[in-house]
Design a protein around this ligand. Structure first.
Ligand code: FES
Ligand SMILES: [Fe+2]
Length: 347
C-alpha cells in the first residue's frame, strides 16, 4: 500500500461516515477542487451528469485537476492535457499521440492503474455533495437526513463558510446554546441565560437536544416564556437546527484539515413566494453577524482541539459532552483496528 503523505492529522478524523462537503449547485460544467480531511478533492460531472469525486492531484505530475476543464464527461488536466473518465481511467495522453492508451497500448508503456484517478464514494442528494470518508464497507449506510424537512429547495438557501478552528471545536460551537446571550450579546437582546428545561437524548449515532433559554425568575418554567430550540446531530457532522418559528436550518460540517472546518449551511423557510428570499436573508445575517462571534470564541479557546479532559463540562453542555464521548469511542476503535485502506491510499 502506497502512502502519499498527504493525510496529516489522519486518524484524528472520524472515519466511516457520510459528510456534507459542498453545495452541489457549485459543481456545474467546470470542475471544483475543495480541501477536506487534509486532502484536495476534485468534483466534476461525468457524461451523464453524475457527480465524481477524486483526488485532485493529477496522477501524471501532480497538478490540480480542479484547474482543468471537463470535456465529454472526462476531466482534462490543465498542465499536459491528460484526460480521465468518470470511472477514473486515463483516456487520453496527448503528448504520446492518439494511439496512446493508459493500458499500455501503442507507444505508452505505463500500467493503467498507475495513471488512474483515486476516487471517493460520493452522492448528490437534496442539492448537497455527500462524501464517504473511510474504508468502504460492503454496503454503504444510507445518507443521514431529518424528518419533516421540505423535499425540494424552493424555499431554501445554501451557503458555505470556513472556520479557522478544528472540527471538534466547530461542533462544540454548533451544539452550544447557552453562549447566546454572551457571545452574541448585540444580537441576543432579551434572551435569558438560564437553560431550563434542557433535555439530551442519544440514540445510535444521533444526539437530540432541546430546551428553553430564559430569564431566571426563580420559578419553574411556565411552558410559555423563553426561547425554544431543538438541535439534532447525526454524528459526526450533520445537524438540524430549529430556533422557533418556521425557519429550519441544516448544517454539514467537515474538516478541511486538522486546523480548519468547512460549514455548509442551509436555511429552509417554507413560506410561499418569499420563502427563498427570507432563507437567503436569514443565512446571510447568520454568516455575517452571528457566526463570526462563534468563530472568535472557538478560535480563542485552548487547547485548539478540545477533548473530554480539556474542559469542565456543566449540565448545559450535555450535548457537547455526548458528542465528545462518541468521538472518543470512534477514534479509539479506529486506532485499535487494522490499518485501514482509505481511498487516498490507492494507486
Ligand atoms: S500534471 Fe496532469 S497531465 Fe501532467
Ligand atoms: Fe453561536
Amino acid at each position: 500500500m502506497q502512502r502519499h503523505g498527504i493525510e496529516e492529522g489522519r486518524g484524528a478524523f472520524v472515519e466511516g461516515a457520510w459528510y456534507i462537503i459542498a453545495d452541489a449547485s457549485g459543481v456545474g460544467k467546470r470542475p471544483v477542487t475543495v480541501e477536506r480531511f487534509g486532502t484536495r478533492i476534485v468534483l466534476f460531472r461525468d457524461e451523464r451528469g453524475a457527480l465524481v469525486a477524486a483526488r485532485a492531484r493529477c496522477p501524471h505530475r501532480g497538478a490540480d485537476l480542479g484547474l482543468g476543464r471537463v470535456v465529454g464527461g472526462a476531466i482534462e488536466c490543465p498542465y499536459h492535457g491528460f484526460r480521465f473518465a468518470g470511472d477514473g481511467r486515463c483516456v487520453a495522453i496527448p503528448c504520446e499521440g492518439r494511439a496512446a492508451r493508459a493500458e499500455g497500448e501503442g507507444r505508452a508503456r505505463w500500467a493503467g492503474d498507475a495513471l488512474a484517478l483515486t476516487r471517493f464514494e460520493v452522492r448528490e442528494h437534496r442539492g448537497l455533495v455527500w462524501l464517504w470518508w473511510g474504508e468502504r464497507p460492503a454496503e454503504l449506510p444510507p445518507l443521514p437526513w431529518f424528518e419533516g424537512l421540505p423535499t425540494d429547495q424552493r424555499h431554501a438557501h445554501t451557503a458555505t463558510m470556513q472556520w479557522d478552528v478544528p472540527f471538534a471545536r466547530a461542533m462544540e460551537g454548533m451544539l452550544d446554546i447557552h453562549h447566546l446571550p454572551f457571545a452574541h450579546r448585540p444580537w441576543a437582546v432579551g434572551v435569558g441565560a438560564l437553560l431550563d428545561p434542557y433535555e439530551v437524548r442519544v440514540e445510535g449515532d444521533t444526539i437530540h437536544s432541546e430546551g428553553v433559554l430564559r430569564h431566571d425568575d426563580g420559578k419553574p418554567w411556565d411552558g410559555r416564556q423563553g426561547w425554544k430550540f431543538a438541535l439534532e446531530v447525526r454524528f459526526p457532522g450533520v445537524l438540524r437546527l430549529w430556533f422557533g418559528g418556521s425557519m429550519v436550518g441544516v448544517a454539514g460540517c467537515a474538516p478541511i484539515d486538522a486546523e480548519r472546518t468547512a460549514v455548509v449551511g442551509r436555511y429552509y423557510v417554507p413560506v410561499p413566494v418569499i420563502g427563498r428570499a427570507l432563507a437567503w436573508l436569514g443565512l446571510s445575517l447568520e454568516f455575517l453577524l452571528i457566526q463570526p462571534g462563534d468563530e472568535r470564541m472557538l478560535a480563542s479557546s485552548e487547547p485548539r482541539d478540545a477533548d473530554l479532559e480539556a474542559c469542565r463540562f456543566v449540565r448545559a453542555d450535555a450535548a457537547i459532552l455526548a458528542w465528545h464521548k462518541m468521538r472518543r469511542t470512534r477514534l479509539k476503535a479506529q486506532r485499535a483496528g487494522e490499518p485501514r485502506r482509505l481511498p487516498v491510499d490507492a494507486a
